[in-house]
Design a protein around this ligand. Structure first.
Ligand code: HEM
Length: 261
């Protein structure tokens, strides 16, 4: 553990040095471009009520990495797996994408509100494959009553988000189902004070990634795999991964010059 922490510290020092070097190089033209830039600005700020140290920044960045990477990436992998299982859904989603963006440019964040079908795909993925089906363990700070049950102060509570939801096939207007902790039908990010604090970024990342992957590529399984053989088994972990990584064959669906960086 100690050796690992040393490695991680070296990594952080490298990241801090890189960011400081860029800031120095750009001098007056410097604008903060990412979270590390912003946090480094705060560490230098003498006017902050709560002083931010380099250790705080290391902790915050670790929170962002652990909370923000696997969660979004796994949700995207589950979404693509579900879509490959039901190719007619890919057809509907790409139809919507082509209608909104055309085939001459990449989908962007500003297009997302015009893509309701994509939103439904994301919500349905989050319902079928919640990244944290029991959320994180919570602790009752005081005696309370939840749905008629007495919960004693100090009780460790797991919220079973699956037992709360209704069958979404009964949803008449899926666009009204909210994933932001207001609609108890679906709580992929939890709700209330301990709700995921990265949910806005998470939603954007997941929507844009699925949109990009569908816009960019035709998806199919390798020739020797049948759709019904694609396993949807879950593995174990803090966030719920696929038991077997998705293996898929992709080919570009837009003009090749768009793929040049
Ligand atoms: C699809 C993406 C994501 C999903 C499904 C997700 C899900 C969750 C869930 C279920 C919790 C626990 C809520 C509870 O206990 O009630 C949580 C907590 C948290 N998430 Fe996310 N998350 C996602 C993306 C992100 C991102 C992008 C970040 C940061 C950049 C992030 C940072 C955090 C942090 C720091 C916590 C702990 C909050 C606390 O305990 O007060 N998450 N997330």
């Amino acid at each position: 553990m100690k050796a690992l922490m040393k490695k991680l510290d070296r990594f952080f020092d490298h990241v801090f040095d890189e960011h400081k070097r860029k800031k120095k190089e750009l001098s007056k033209d410097f604008v903060a471009r990412d979270m590390v830039d912003l946090l480094l600005q705060l560490v230098d700020d003498p006017d902050l009520n709560v002083k931010l140290t380099y250790d705080h920044i290391r902790g915050l960045i670790l929170d962002l990495i652990t909370g923000g990477t696997n969660t979004s990436a796994l949700t995207v992998e589950w979404a693509i797996s579900e879509l490959i299982k039901q190719p007619q859904l890919i057809g509907k989603a790409t139809e919507e994408l082509d209608r909104v963006t055309g085939r001459e440019r990449w989908v962007e964040e500003k297009d997302i509100p015009q893509l309701p079908y994509l939103d439904e795909i994301m919500k349905e993925t989050m319902r079928k494959h919640p990244i944290a089906p029991l959320l994180a363990p919570h602790l009752a700070m005081e005696d309370c009553k939840v749905a008629g049950h007495d919960i004693r102060k100090g009780t460790r509570v797991f919220v079973n988000t699956w037992s709360i939801g209704r069958d979404p096939f009964l949803w008449e207007q899926p666009e009204e189902i909210d994933v932001k902790g207001r609609s108890f039908e679906l709580l992929p990010f939890g709700a209330g004070r301990r709700m995921c604090l990265g949910y806005i970024l998470g939603l954007k990342m997941v929507q844009l990634s699925i949109a990009n992957l569908l816009q960019a590529f035709n998806w199919k399984l390798p020739d020797d795999t049948k759709v019904e053989d694609l396993s949807m088994e879950e593995g174990s972990g803090i966030s719920t991964p696929r038991k077997f990584p998705l293996v898929a064959v992709i080919e570009p669906r837009l003009l090749l010059h768009l793929y040049k960086i």
